[in-house]
Design a protein around this ligand. Structure first.
Ligand SMILES: Nc1ncnc2c1ncn2[C@@H]1O[C@H](COP(=O)(O)OP(=O)(O)OP(=O)(O)O)[C@@H](O)[C@H]1O
Length: 264
């Protein structure tokens, strides 16, 4: 039987920074296996909403649910424990370590040393596992033994994304939060990341994608939620919407969807 409980649902989210009302009563949801683009002009409130989803901020008011269960994230670690994983681009990688070590942080494989003590990191086994995982995700990077500091910005971004993808795909029912995942990427890497996003969704992962890049949304998203000055102005399926309407909602030239429905 199909489960139609959203993987992540936010209801009535308010966020005030002092006197600035960054979000005004936002409802948002993403279903398992769905990719939702979160769009809006500069200052619309996208990053603020993403930070609430990732546990980096607590909302002034409103509720957050993961698979129907209310949660109260105080820090990103709480969100990660609930299966909600934000992809931090460069920040999360350890420069001096190689790709394999970076992909295995927090889940190292240990082996017994000559005296039978467990406690030696089994780099070979971790490399093999990571190669298989990247293969499954359809990601090609530099050789596993290459230090991350020797990678290009784009390659680092792909490694950071792959690491989060491996973590949430382990969860099976995870949520992946992405902020401009292709911003620094060339053509080939952009295509890889797009394919990775679709593959993750195909495995049931729910994906939220903050971006200014409409072609990227058309490539990977099923639905877009559009914010304007802290309010939600539209929530539409991409295959049922004209691009002009999306641009109109982003810029504020088009009336919010709720008002259009009332007058039609
Ligand atoms: N830490 C903060 N303190 C005060 N105001 C903030 C803070 N962070 C964001 N704001 C304000 O909240 C509003 C929403 O900002 P937010 O960064 O969420 O928008 P955005 O849609 O992500 O914009 P951009 O596309 O430019 O990144 C803006 O008016 C911004 O100035």
């Amino acid at each position: 039987m199909a489960d139609d409980t959203p993987a992540l649902r936010l209801t009535g989210i308010e966020m005030h920074y002092g006197y600035v009302r960054a979000l005004a009563g936002i409802d948002f949801h993403v279903n398992p296996g769905e990719v939702v683009g979160l769009l809006g002009d500069n200052g619309a409130g996208k990053s603020t909403l993403l930070k609430i989803m990732s546990g980096a901020h607590r909302p002034t008011a409103g509720t957050v649910e993961v698979h129907g269960r209310p949660v109260d994230f105080h820090q990103p670690r709480d969100a990660a424990a609930a299966g909600v994983q934000m992809v931090y681009q460069d920040l999360a990688l350890v420069d001096a370590q190689d790709i394999s070590t970076n992909l295995n942080i927090g889940r190292e494989i240990l082996r017994r040393g000559p005296l039978g003590w467990l406690g030696f990191v089994d780099h070979k086994a971790m490399r093999r596992r990571s190669e298989a995982e990247l293969d499954r995700l359809g990601v090609r990077t530099a050789p596993m033994t290459r230090p991350v500091e020797m990678l290009s910005g784009g390659q680092r971004q792909v490694v950071a994304l792959a690491r989060s993808a491996i973590r949430v795909s382990g969860e099976g029912r995870g949520v992946l939060l992405l902020d401009e995942p292709t911003a620094a990427l060339g053509y080939e890497q952009t295509k890889q990341v797009e394919a990775l996003i679709r593959r993750m969704a195909g495995q049931g992962v729910a994906i939220v994608l903050v971006t200014h890049n409409l072609p990227l949304c058309h490539e990977v998203a099923d639905r877009v939620t559009i914010l304007n000055r802290g309010a939600k102005v539209a929530d539409v399926r991409l295959d049922e919407t004209e691009n002009d309407h999306i641009v109109g909602w982003i810029t504020g030239a088009r009336a919010p969807q709720s008002q259009l429905k009332e007058t039609s």
